[in-house]
Design a protein around this ligand. Structure first.
Ligand code: BMA
Length: 384
């Protein structure tokens, strides 16, 4: 028998990692399809990235609930590879905060799955302390935690959430999904954000949410994403430590995300275009490094330029920087926000000036849309 000291010395000499990095979901009872999805996300991130869009099938600029429509499809001939949805403000209502009917959402989630695309969920939950919305900054997290005055009300919302997620079935199979709760928490604009919550209580909220869905409700078709906001993240000093503010731990997170609207051409910002481009790359290198060190997957969980006012935005701002820094940037997807109307939209729509550039973006071998995916729920079979 070799002594443990000798093993450590040998490991150090030959650089053998003492802890093997696991690529298994945090849920050790995750379904086979969910495990395969995570494996495939790792693989995709090393080869390129998927394009995602919020509420893609629900509405677009000038239309709502029209069967088979999608502004992305009408611009490039294929649906996105990732479909973003939000289950706020409260699941005891018929529709979400952006008037997407939950019944329809269920149908579209299934359709995305059947097409071989992936569904991801955020949760703009109302402030249960005041009855206000997510942007009501009145501290509430303390009330939601065990022993708090709104704990029961919170558990009721989690029960409804679990019911919703549990209803995502295709035949006997549960449709694997990526859940991204309590996003942008390092900003102060949501009641669960920094300034309105202590770091300890934020972590407790995140852990309680995951534990409840996984252990109490026994949902095993979920992967979990963590997604701070880039605007409140200092990239110059100890960025890693900065990023990990509120990190609930490696046992609670599968995906190392970031939301970044500030480095992608927003006008009137303080930073020059060069500075933004530099910071954009740095932010993606940062999440890639953290994800690689932890054996997790990185993703740009939200981004976009409102109105897509720069016609080469997709290639120049998103694709080229990723391409130029391939060895240091590995992200599984890039998701742009919703197409609400002709000013508040983040993807092009037919006849928008950015369509030709979006077509180049889609045609590039680094980007994956629905038509490039085969079966992301089967190991090694994600891409065509
Ligand atoms: C914001 C805007 C709002 C919307 C919210 C949640 O960025 O798009 O109109 O209600 O996201 O989707």
């Amino acid at each position: 028998m070799m002594s443990s000291l000798r093993i450590i010395i040998l490991a150090a000499i030959f650089y053998v990692p003492l802890v093997s990095i696991s690529q298994e979901p945090i849920d050790n009872q995750a379904t086979k399809r969910t495990k395969s999805l995570l494996t495939n996300l790792h693989l995709i991130a090393e080869r390129g990235f998927m394009f995602g869009h919020q509420d893609d099938q629900a509405y677009g600029v000038g239309w709502k609930e029209e069967k088979g429509r999608s502004d992305v499809k009408e611009s490039v001939g294929t649906f996105p590879a990732v479909h973003g949805w939000d289950v706020g403000s409260r699941l005891d209502k018929d529709s979400n905060l952006d008037q997407v009917r939950f019944d329809n959402m269920r149908k579209w989630v299934k359709k995305a799955y059947k097409m071989g695309s992936i569904n991801t969920f955020s949760w703009h939950l109302d402030n249960l302390t005041t009855g206000g919305n997510s942007w009501d900054k009145t501290p509430s997290v303390h009330d939601l935690l065990p022993g708090g005055s709104k704990h029961q009300a919170f558990v009721e919302q989690l029960d409804l959430l679990a019911e919703m997620f549990d209803s995502f079935n295709a035949g006997f199979d549960k449709i694997p999904i990526i859940f991204r709760p309590w996003h942008e928490h390092n900003g102060d604009w949501f009641w669960w954000g920094k300034g309105n919550v202590s770091e300890e209580e934020y972590i407790e909220l995140f852990r309680f949410t995951v534990d409840y869905l996984k252990n109490e409700k026994e949902l095993h078709h979920l992967l979990y994403a963590f997604s701070p906001d880039r605007s409140r993240l200092r990239l110059d000093t100890i960025p890693e430590q900065n990023y990990l503010w509120g990190y609930p731990g490696d046992d609670y997170v599968d995906i190392i995300g970031i939301d970044n609207y500030g480095d992608v051409g927003r006008l009137g910002g303080l930073e020059s275009a060069e500075r933004q481009a530099h910071n954009f790359v740095e932010s993606l290198k940062l999440i890639t490094k953290i994800a690689r060190d932890k054996g997790k997957v990185a993703a740009l969980t939200e981004t976009g330029l409102e109105g897509v006012t720069q016609s080469d935005w997709f290639t120049n701002i998103i694709l080229n920087p990723v391409k130029q820094h391939r060895s240091e940037i590995a992200i599984a997807w890039v998701l742009v926000w919703r197409n609400a109307n002709n000013t508040h939209h983040y993807a092009p729509y037919a006849d928008h000036p950015s369509v030709p550039d979006f077509q180049l973006f889609e045609a590039d071998s680094l980007t994956y849309f629905e038509r490039d995916l085969k079966n992301p729920y089967k190991s090694g079979k994600a891409l065509k």
